[in-house]
Design a protein around this ligand. Structure first.
Ligand SMILES: [Zn+2]
Length: 359
């Protein structure tokens, strides 16, 4: 009897999926374009608020978001991150605690950043925001190619370059960007479609709230296994030097993420089986205060970013307090790993972040 059991046992060992214990069956990713780690971890920056060049209504802003205690201050700006994620999830990395997350790409602007997040490869040739069809395979299309996920990967973005970054012509994933029609036989999506064509476009693309609303209603109606929502307003408002509006958008996006998490927890297909990853494409200037509006290679410190995670496979450590260095290129394989998949592509792919998926 033993003679037959032994080879069977070996077979079991070698065919077990790489992450047999994972509870995650769905992954939801949200990005806040160019959102500085400084506000995420310390709240409103007094030096910028007190500069009339950047803040029109200092008193109004301070009454909503200011506290002398940085712990309280960040909670006022990002209540979901610092009440729910800080207790039940993980937040990387507070530079004040000698913990770092950086772009591995040297460019520190959007297309190279999103390419790095989703391909796991900081390709030196990807160095423009132009509408160029990305040659690199991304993790979303890799997941969509797996039989059980086929047709169940969807992207809603405000910025209209995402169809190119994620190469919708090749990848086959559903990508709805800016003014792409929401042609669905669904009352809510039809209404959002009407609104997006009727609304003002203060930053030249549809408002983030419509990208969010479309993503949420799509989730409820079609239940994708992987959903990515890409916000844009924070970057545009920071470039415009409107610190108050930049913070208002960041605060609203935190509320949208809270609403998304509430929606996820209300649906049996998602509750307790979904990991949420929140991050950004690049940082912005730091010490030289006038550089907070900008980013790119010439802006010191603009390669510093952050990641927040909430889900059943991630230990509830809160704010990561141990020293170390993570890179944006590790997010792609981490997304796959959470689903028990090993992301491979025609280009190199960085290792996943172990502390996110090993509970
Ligand atoms: Zn920018």
């Amino acid at each position: 009897m033993k003679r037959f059991l032994f080879p069977f046992f070996l077979l079991f060992l070698f065919t077990t999926p790489i992450c047999a214990q994972h509870k995650t069956e769905n992954v939801v990713i949200v990005t806040l374009d160019g959102m500085r780690w400084q506000e995420v971890f310390s709240g409103v920056d007094s030096a910028i608020v007190n500069n009339p060049k950047y803040t029109k209504d200092k008193e109004g802003l301070n009454s909503r978001f200011w506290s002398g205690d940085p712990g309280e201050r960040r909670k006022k700006l990002f209540p979901f991150l610092w009440t729910v994620v800080a207790k039940q999830g993980q937040l990387y990395r507070n530079r004040n605690l000698q913990n770092y997350v950086n772009n591995a790409n040297p460019y520190w602007f959007s297309y190279p950043g999103y390419n790095e997040i989703f391909t796991g490869y900081p390709d030196p040739d990807v160095n423009s925001n132009d509408k160029i069809r990305n040659k690199n395979t991304n993790v979303l299309e890799f997941i969509n190619r797996q039989k059980e996920y086929a047709g169940k990967v969807a992207v809603f973005s405000t910025w209209d370059v995402f169809p190119f970054i994620l190469n919708k012509w090749r990848s086959g994933i559903y990508i709805n960007s800016d003014l792409d029609s929401l042609k669905f036989n669904n009352r809510e999506l039809k209404l959002i479609n009407d609104i997006q064509f009727l609304t003002a476009r203060p930053i030249g693309v549809r408002p983030d709230i419509l990208t969010y609303a479309a993503g949420r209603e799509y989730l409820k109606a079609y239940q994708p296994r992987v959903l990515y929502i890409a916000f844009d307003e924070t970057d545009d408002l920071a470039h415009a030097g409107q610190y108050d509006q930049y913070l208002e958008s960041a605060h609203a996006e935190d509320a949208m993420i809270a609403d998304l998490w509430k929606t996820i927890q209300s649906m049996p297909a998602y509750k307790g089986r979904t990991t949420l990853i929140i991050t950004c494409d690049h940082g912005r200037g730091d010490k030289i205060k006038d550089e907070w509006t900008d980013h790119g290679q010439k802006v010191k410190d603009a390669g510093h970013i952050w990641i927040a995670v909430l889900g059943p496979d991630s230990k509830p450590v809160g704010e990561a307090g141990w020293p170390g260095q993570l890179y944006q290129e590790q997010i792609a394989s981490t997304i796959a790993r959470l689903l028990g998949l090993d992301f491979k592509a025609e280009h190199p792919v960085a290792q996943p972040i172990n502390s996110i998926y090993s509970k």
